[in-house]
Write a protein that binds this ligand. Structure first.
Ligand SMILES: Cc1cc2nc3c(=O)[nH]c(=O)nc-3n(C[C@H](O)[C@H](O)[C@H](O)COP(=O)(O)OP(=O)(O)OC[C@H]3O[C@@H](n4cnc5c(N)ncnc54)[C@H](O)[C@@H]3O)c2cc1C
Length: 733
C-alpha cells in the first residue's frame, strides 16, 4: 500500500475501452508523483465485442471480462466501487454516494451509453445494460420460462435492429438450442426504423436480412414498442400487441442519465460535448471519452473502435495536462471495420462499401478480439514504484511528537465529520482537550480494547469502516456497551491537500460504522509516517457479573462460528493481484458485517464463552478458549465455513505473513494425516480481519442460537473432556 501520498490525482470514471487503456499504461509507466483512481459501478468490465460470442457459447464469460479488482491491484491503481452522484468541476471534486467527495486534478469520464429507456416494465424485459449482469439476468428469465412454459414455443422479442440487436438475436439462438430441454422459440426483431442496420451500406443490410430469414427471425420494422406492461405483450405504436414471454432491450445508444447531472454542456441527446483534445467544452481538467463524449461539430458513431483509438490520445493528454503542456488532438477516423457475429461460425464484415459474410470473417474477428482482451487480462503485478515523492517544502520528517499531523489540517477534517455525541461524553471532540472524559453507568466496570493495523486496501474509506468494526468487535464479544472511541491513525507523508483528503475519507468511513453502533469518536492521535495505519481504542462499560469470558466453556457445548474464514488468505492474494472481483465482493461483505447483532444474541442468551476470531486465526483463538477452560474440542473440518476464493488461494499455497506464526497452535491439533493437506487445514491458522464470533452453547440451546443468529452461523464442533494432560483439538472429516 501507499507509503507516501503523491501530489496529483488522476481519476477515471468508468473503466470502458478508453479508460481501461490508461490503467494498462499505468501498470507499465505510472506518472511520477501522481496516483490513479478508478471509480467504477462494478468490479468487472465487460467487452461488448465479445458479448454476442459469449451468448452463443463461443467464449466463456471470463473471456469477455476484465477483472478490475485484479487489474487495478496489479497496476497499483486505486479502485473505488461507488455510485457517482454529481460533479463539482469548479472545485475539482467528484461527488460520491455515501462517502466524501473525491478530489481530482484531472478526470476522465467514460461511462459509455445505454439503450433508450424502457417505455414501461412488467418483469418480462431484460435490458442489455449493465452488460456485466446481462447473461445472469437473461439466464434467470430463461430458467423461469423453462419452468412456466414447458409446452409451447417461447415468444421472444428483441427491441432494436441495429448491430447489437441483430447479433443478440442470432447468438441467442445458439444459447436457446443448447438449453437442456432444447427449448422451442420464435424470435421477432422490432425497430422503429423501416430498415435494419440503418447506418450500414445496402449490401450489408441485405446480407444480414438473408441470414435473419434463413434463421427464421421475424422482422417488425417501422414499428415502435410504446408499452411493455400490457398483459397481451408489448404494445406497438399502431395499437397492435406482440405476444411475448421475454423482451430483450437492445435499442440505440443514448446517454446515461448521470451525464446530464454533471453540469457540463451536452449535445441534444445528452452526451457531453468535447473538444478535439477530448476535454469537455466547459472544463479543462475534465476529459470525456468513448460513447459518453460527442463532437461539437462532427458527431461520430457510438462504436467501441472510436473509444479504443482515443486511448493513446487520452494517455498523452492526461500527462500533458498535469505537466501544463499543450495537448494533442484526436481525429475520428472516417470509416471503420465492422464485424457482426452471426453466431454460426461466420461474421458479416463491412468496410466502407465492401461487405461479405464468411467463416474467415469470424476468424478475423476472433483474432482481433482475443489478443485485445488479453492485454487487459494480464494480472501479473507490476514492479512496485520505488520512488517516493516527498514534497519539496517538507524535505525532512521528525519523529516523536513532531510527527503529528498539524492541528489546522486535523481540525478542518474533524469539522467536516458527522460525529453525534452522547450524554456519557463529558469531554469529547466538541470541547477538544488533552483527554476525553466518559461517564460509565453506575454499577458497571470499564471495558477497554485497542486494535490497529497497517492499511491493506488502497481505499481509506473502506479501511476506516473495517478498522472501526474490527475494534468494536472485541466489545461485542465481551458483552460490553461501547461508549467512546479514540482513533489512532498514521497518515502517509505527502502534500497537505492529499493528507486532508486521506484523513477525511478514513475518518468518514470510521464514523459510518461508529454512528451505526452509536459510539461517539471522542479523541485520538494522528501522526504522519511512512506506512498508513488505522485503529481504535474503544472504551465501554460492562456488567462484571454477567460478562462472558473465554474460559467459561462446558463439556458437551457446541461451538458456533458466525462468519466464514479466509480473510487473511484473500488479502494476501489481493496483494499479489490474485483475488478475483467476486471474491473481493464477498470478502468486503464479511469484513463490513458488524458483530453487534451476534454479540447481542450472545448477551441475551447469557452465553458464558464468547470470543472474536481475529489475528491469531481460528485455531489460535479456539486454543485460547480451551486452555482457559481446561477442555478439548472435536472439530469437523468439513463444516468450517470458508469465504469464496479462500480454498482456491490456499490450494495455490497463498498465505498471510502471520500464518506461519499462527501455526504455533498446530501442536494442539490431532487428526488423520490426510487432513493436513486439506486447504481448510491451512485456513485454521489464517489471521482474520473483522472476523466473526466464536461461541459455545449447550446442546439444548443450539438450535435457538442458530435460529437467532440467522444464515451464516454454523455449528462446527463440540467441547469434550481432555483425554490427555492438556487441551487438544481433534480434527474430524
Ligand atoms: C451487444 C453489443 C455489441 C457491440 N459490439 C461492438 C463491436 O463489435 N465493435 C464496436 O466497435 N462496438 C461495438 N459495440 C458498441 C460498443 O459497445 C460501445 O461503443 C463501446 O462499448 C463504448 O465504449 P465506452 O468505453 O464508451 O463504454 P463502455 O464500454 O460501455 O464502458 C463504460 C464503463 O463505464 C461503467 N459505468 C457506467 N456507468 C457508470 C457509473 N455511473 N459510474 C461508474 N462506472 C460506470 C460501465 O460499467 C462500463 O464498464 C457493441 C455494443 C453492444 C451493445
Amino acid at each position: 500500500m501507499q507509503d507516501s501520498l503523491p501530489k496529483h490525482t488522476v481519476v477515471l470514471l468508468g473503466a470502458g475501452h478508453t479508460n481501461a487503456h490508461i490503467i494498462k499504461m499505468w501498470r507499465m509507466q505510472p506518472i511520477r508523483d501522481a496516483q490513479l483512481v478508478c471509480v467504477s459501478n462494478f468490479g468487472i468490465a465487460t467487452y461488448s465485442g465479445m458479448l454476442p460470442g459469449t451468448l452463443a457459447g463461443q467464449y466463456t464469460p471470463s473471456e469477455m471480462q476484465i477483472d478490475l479488482v485484479r487489474l487495478c491491484a496489479a497496476s497499483q491503481v486505486r479502485l473505488i466501487q461507488a455510485q457517482v452522484t454529481g460533479l463539482d468541476h469548479e472545485n475539482r471534486q467528484l461527488l460520491l454516494a455515501g462517502r466524501p467527495p473525491l478530489n481530482y486534478d484531472v478526470l476522465s469520464i467514460g461511462i459509455g451509453s445505454v439503450p433508450t429507456s424502457l417505455p414501461s416494465t412488467n418483469g418480462i424485459e431484460v435490458p442489455i445494460k449493465p452488460m456485466q449482469t446481462f447473461l445472469s439476468r437473461l439466464d434467470e428469465r430463461l430458467q423461469e420460462l423453462a419452468e412456466k412454459i414447458p409446452d409451447r414455443p417461447w415468444q421472444i422479442t428483441i427491441a432494436g435492429a441495429g448491430a447489437a440487436g441483430i447479433e443478440i438475436a442470432l447468438c441467442l439462438q445458439n444459447r436457446l438450442s443448447k438449453m437442456s430441454a432444447g427449448a422451442a422459440f420464435e424470435i421477432s426483431l422490432v425497430d422503429r426504423s423501416d430498415k435494419i442496420l440503418k447506418n450500414m451500406p445496402a449490401r450489408t443490410r441485405s446480407l444480414a436480412q438473408r441470414v435473419l430469414e434463413e434463421r427464421g427471425i421475424q422482422l417488425r420494422l417501422g414499428r415502435e414498442i410504446v408499452e411493455i406492461s400490457n398483459s397481451e405483450g408489448p404494445r406497438l405504436d399502431d395499437g397492435s400487441n406482440l405476444p411475448s414471454d421475454l423482451v430483450l432491450w437492445a435499442t440505440s445508444a443514448t446517454s446515461p442519465p448521470l451525464l446530464r447531472q454533471l453540469g457540463l454542456p451536452t449535445d441534444s441527446r445528452g452526451f457531453l460535448l468535447i473538444r478535439e483534445t477530448l476535454q469537455s467544452t466547459a472544463a479543462d481538467d475534465v476529459f470525456v471519452v468513448g460513447d459518453s463524449g460527442s463532437g461539437e461539430t462532427q458527431p461520430w458513431p457510438k462504436a467501441g473502435v472510436y473509444a479504443v483509438r482515443q486511448g493513446p490520445v487520452l494517455w498523452e493528454n492526461l500527462r500533458r495536462r498535469l505537466a501544463n503542456q499543450p495537448l494533442i488532438k484526436w481525429k475520428p477516423q472516417g470509416s471503420f471495420l465492422s464485424l457482426l457475429n452471426t453466431g454460426d461460425g461466420r461474421a458479416l464484415l463491412t468496410y466502407k462499401r465492401f461487405s461479405i459474410l464468411a467463416r474467415w470473417c469470424w476468424k478475423l474477428k476472433d483474432s482481433i478480439d482475443r489478443p485485445f482482451m488479453a492485454m487487459y487480462q494480464n494480472y501479473e503485478p507490476a514492479m512496485p514504484i520505488s520512488e517516493t515523492s516527498l514534497p519539496a517544502d517538507k524535505p525532512m520528517y521528525c519523529g516523536g511528537c513532531g510527527c503529528k499531523v498539524d492541528a489546522d489540517l486535523l481540525s478542518r477534517v474533524l469539522r467536516q465529520l458527522d460525529n453525534p455525541t452522547t450524554p456519557q461524553v463529558l469531554v469529547g471532540l466538541e470541547q477538544p482537550d488533552d483527554v476525553a472524559v466518559l461517564q460509565p453507568a453506575t454499577g458497571t466496570a470499564i471495558a477497554a480494547t485497542a486494535d490497529f493495523f497497517t492499511s491493506f486496501l488502497d481505499d481509506p474509506h473502506l479501511m476506516g469502516r473495517i478498522a472501526a468494526l474490527n475494534a468494536l468487535s472485541d466489545m461485542h464479544a465481551k458483552g460490553a456497551k461501547s461508549i467512546g472511541a479514540l482513533a489512532l491513525v498514521t497518515v502517509p507523508h505527502g502534500p497537505r491537500h492529499q493528507q486532508e483528503q486521506y484523513l477525511r475519507e478514513l475518518l468518514d468511513g470510521s464514523l459510518l460504522e461508529l454512528r451505526e453502533a452509536r459510539v461517539p469518536l471522542v479523541g485520538g492521535h494522528t501522526i504522519e509516517g511512512t506506512q498508513a495505519t488505522i485503529g481504535f481504542t474503544i472504551l465501554g462499560e460492562v456488567d462484571p457479573a454477567s460478562m462472558p469470558s473465554k474460559g467459561r466453556l462446558q463439556e458437551g457445548d457446541h461451538l458456533v462460528l458466525t462468519k466464514p474464514l479466509g480473510s487473511g488468505i484473500l488479502l494476501a492474494g489481493h496483494s499479489r493481484a490474485l483475488c478475483q472481483s467476486p471474491w473481493m465482493e464477498t470478502l468486503l461483505d464479511a469484513m463490513l458485517t458488524s458483530n453487534q447483532a451476534a454479540g447481542h444474541v450472545a448477551r441475551q442468551m447469557q452465553l458464558g464463552a464468547v470470543t472474536d476470531v481475529t489475528g491469531f486465526g481460528f485455531a489460535g483463538h479456539l486454543v485460547e478458549m480451551l486452555r482457559a477452560g481446561n477442555l478439548s474440542a472435536e472439530l469437523s473440518l468439513g463444516a468450517i465455513p470458508l469465504l469464496p476464493g479462500a480454498w482456491e488461494l490456499a490450494s495455490q499455497g497463498v498465505e498471510s505473513t502471520l500464518a506461519p506464526g499462527n501455526r504455533a497452535a498446530e501442536s494442539y491439533l490431532q487428526g488423520k494425516a490426510s487432513l493436513n493437506t486439506d486447504p481448510r487445514y491451512a485456513i485454521l491458522f489464517d489471521p482474520q480481519t473483522s472476523g466473526g464470533l466464536l461461541m459455545a452453547v449447550s446442546e439444548d440451546r443450539l438450535s435457538e442460537l442458530l435460529d437467532r443468529l440467522g444464515a451464516g452461523a454454523i455449528a462446527i464442533g463440540r467441547v469434550v473432556k481432555n483425554a490427555a494432560a492438556r487441551s487438544l483439538i481433534q480434527l474430524l472429516d
